[in-house]
Ligand binder design. Structure first.
Ligand SMILES: N[C@@H](CCC(=O)N[C@@H](CS)C(=O)NCC(=O)O)C(=O)O
Length: 220
């Protein structure tokens, strides 16, 4: 158990913040959400800029109680993985990086077709019928190659958390039933949700209070 409390600066939404929240939960690192309104005000961006230092983007941003601050969701995720014992062995690092990139590819495709943010129904339908099944199929293929219940053997790693976030928050939560043709992924999702820290977090009021990406985001 890591005795450290952390602040996650982000919106009151799953978005790019949630893989980090799930990793903190799996690592038993206590954290507090610091929410901003969406879209953020100029003053809010200035505050983030002072803390995170980037003139581009700063959130999701993790602030530790010893003053360390981390930005870029993919890098923050790895910080949490290293703090929380969620990194696989050295021999598995290529596969880890590769799966993190697969998760990011799916997130990127998913972000392209949000109807409330101006995407067309045609783009959303293509995501539902072609793009999402293509990416889920590629994850299912790799899960089949694992010699354990998780993507990398028998222990939950950061690769599972990233792929879970992409599969669920950016996939099946938007397109219910999307996992029906992928039995291995479906069983693995249930397994990830059994992790003690993740289970507790998913049942928490903090998680319940977040805006999730649902079927309305693809016009359903
Ligand atoms: N590559 C960055 C992208 C960050 C990003 O685009 N953040 C969005 C929310 S998902 C934002 O609204 N950022 C505003 C800001 O940081 O000023 C990451 O993964 O952290």
């Amino acid at each position: 158990m890591v005795t450290m409390t952390a602040k996650l600066h982000y919106y009151q939404a799953t978005g790019r913040g949630n893989a980090i929240r799930l990793a903190l939960a799996a690592a038993n690192i206590e954290f507090e959400d610091v929410f901003a309104s969406f879209p953020p005000s100029k003053e809010q961006r200035e505050t983030w800029r002072k803390l995170g230092g980037n003139t581009t983007t700063n959130v999701p941003m993790l602030e530790l109680d010893d003053g360390r601050v981390y930005t870029q969701s993919s890098a923050v995720l790895l910080v949490v993985a290293r703090m929380g014992g969620l990194m696989p062995n050295n021999e598995e690092l290529y596969l880890t990086d590769k799966l993190l990139a697969d998760a990011e590819d799916l997130r990127g495709e998913s972000y392209k077709c949000f109807i409330p943010w101006g995407a067309s129904q045609e783009a959303a339908d293509k995501f539902i019928n072609e793009v999402l099944p293509l990416h889920l199929g590629n994850l299912e293929r790799q899960l089949k190659l694992s010699n354990g219940a998780y993507f990398i053997g028998d222990a939950l790693t950061i690769a599972d958390i990233a792929c879970y976030d992409a599969t669920v928050n950016f996939g099946s939560s938007r397109v219910p039933g999307a996992l029906d043709s992928f039995p291995l992924l479906k069983a693995w999702v249930a397994k990830v949700e059994e992790n003690t820290g993740i289970k507790k977090y998913l049942a928490s009021e903090s998680f319940a209070g977040l805006m999730k990406f649902g079927p309305e985001t693809v016009g359903r």
